[in-house]
Write a protein that binds this ligand. Structure first.
Ligand code: ADP
Ligand code: ADP
Ligand code: ZN
Length: 224
């Protein structure tokens, strides 16, 4: 089964994707993380993507699909995966379904008020080495400025500055929000209120997944 997490910057998609990945034993695929890796490596793709990411604009579909296809075709995605930060617009969704249409799918939107998003994003820190996400206010590492997972240094993302954050919100409203209606019509869309603590949101999302897994299993047994 494939799970798509939708929601504005700072909603908690990456955080929940990580928790779901551990719980369900399927990988988390974050196009943002994959792009940041390429940028850090200074690859040709990374160099092309960098300017857009810094400005808070969407990276060209060609680049996004190149890294995404590469990732999804790996063996660990056969049983399913969690998408965080993809698709970002209807064109990406449509192109995606032409390539990968072999899995049951749930789309879960995490909705959070804008004031809360700004608070979360300005206090977000990520590990320079492994990309793990922390928060100075809401999710502190055990040792100040050190990653719990790998001991790496915690840094602020270049695009987590107030002006770029505002720009990303505008891009979300214009480009990504139409996906809500797109998935609502498709019939596999769920929304959870995201103004609560991390574990509570996880429980809400996991409840949706469990009940749908049951439904998918029943549907499958109908064919037998
Ligand atoms: P997204 O991937 O949607 O941009 P993240 O998962 O990176 O969001 O979360 C944004 C920031 O908010 C991070 O610093 C994260 O630790 C923190 N965060 C995530 N979920 C919550 C929550 N439910 N309450 C408070 N802070 C949260
Ligand atoms: P957040 O969840 O905080 O918005 P992401 O890590 O998902 O951040 O994305 C960071 C940046 O990477 C985006 O502002 C955009 O420039 C680029 N990006 C990530 N995913 C995509 C995508 N699917 N299509 C185009 N650009 C993307
Ligand atoms: Zn780390």
């Amino acid at each position: 089964m494939r799970i798509i997490l939708l929601g504005p910057p700072g909603a908690g998609k990456g955080t929940q994707a990580e928790l779901l990945s551990k719980k369900l034993g399927i990988p988390k695929i974050s196009t943002g993380d994959l792009l940041r890796d390429e940028i850090a490596k200074g690859s040709e793709l990374g160099i092309k993507a960098k300017k857009k990411v810094e400005k808070g604009e969407l990276v060209d579909d060609e680049l996004v699909f190149a890294i995404l296809k590469n990732r999804i075709e790996r063996d660990d995605c056969k049983k399913g995966y969690i998408l965080d930060g993809f698709p970002r617009n209807v064109a990406q969704a449509e192109r995606f379904y032409k390539m990968f249409n072999d899995q049951e799918e749930l789309v879960i939107e995490i909705s959070v008020s804008e004031d809360e998003l700004v608070r979360r994003l300005t206090s977000r820190r990520i590990c320079k080495k492994c990309g793990a996400t922390y928060n100075l206010l809401f999710f502190k590492p055990r040792v100040e400025n050190k990653c719990d997972v790998c001991g790496g240094e915690l840094i602020r993302r270049d695009d987590d500055r107030e002006e770029v954050i505002r720009k990303r919100f505008r891009v979300y409203e214009k480009e990504t929000k139409p996906l809500i209606n797109y998935y609502y019509k498709k019939g596999n869309y769920f929304r959870v209120a995201g103004d609560a603590d991390i574990n509570e949101i996880f429980n809400r999302i996991y409840a949706i997944i469990k009940s749908n897994m049951r439904r998918f299993a029943e549907r499958k047994s109908d064919y037998l």
